[in-house]
Design a protein around this ligand. Structure first.
Ligand code: 5GP
Ligand code: ZN
Length: 137
């Protein structure tokens, strides 16, 4: 995907501050960090959304998350971190190449956390349960 900024980083056509790399995965500092040490972890192969990838391909990316998160926490002194992975513009995805964010968190870092939980109307949860199960292959 030649118009993809992350593919260009993988190809070495534009610079990035790389943290880790293997045959399948590249990790580098986010250019617009929400916190010091904010990392991106991407598959080297182009996929727009997580559901386009096989389980094995996702596993090859996610298996490096614990070690990278541990390194970021140690390097920054963060008290916690969020792992975030957005799919689709409506979900906040701006770069259409699958990526996992590792965002270090500190108390009072001002980032906040919005989790506006709602309640299902009667029967809607069971209906969704059946609909989703029916879509599993
Ligand atoms: P999204 O909103 O798609 O989940 O996140 C995209 C992320 O990619 C943003 O946090 C943004 O700062 C980062 N980003 C966009 N362009 C570049 C770039 O050229 N280099 C790096 N290192 N990060 C980028
Ligand atoms: Zn790409």
């Amino acid at each position: 995907m030649m118009d993809c900024i992350f593919c260009k980083i993988v190809a070495g056509q534009i610079p990035a501050l790389k943290i880790y790399e293997n045959d399948h995965v590249l990790s580098f500092l986010d250019i617009g960090p929400l916190a010091d040490g904010h990392l991106l972890v991407i598959p080297k192969k182009h996929y727009s959304r997580l559901d386009e990838m096989s389980g094995d391909e996702v596993a090859a990316v996610t298996r490096v998350l614990p070690e990278l998160a541990d390194a970021v926490v140690r390097a920054t002194g963060a008290q916690g971190y969020n792992v975030l992975q957005n799919n689709g513009r409506v979900a906040g995805q701006l770069v259409a190449h699958v990526h996992f964010h590792i965002i270090p968190r500190m108390a009072d870092d001002g980032l906040g956390y919005r989790w506006n939980a709602k309640k299902y109307p009667a029967g809607k949860d069971q209906q969704l349960q059946q609909q989703i199960i029916a879509e599993l292959k």
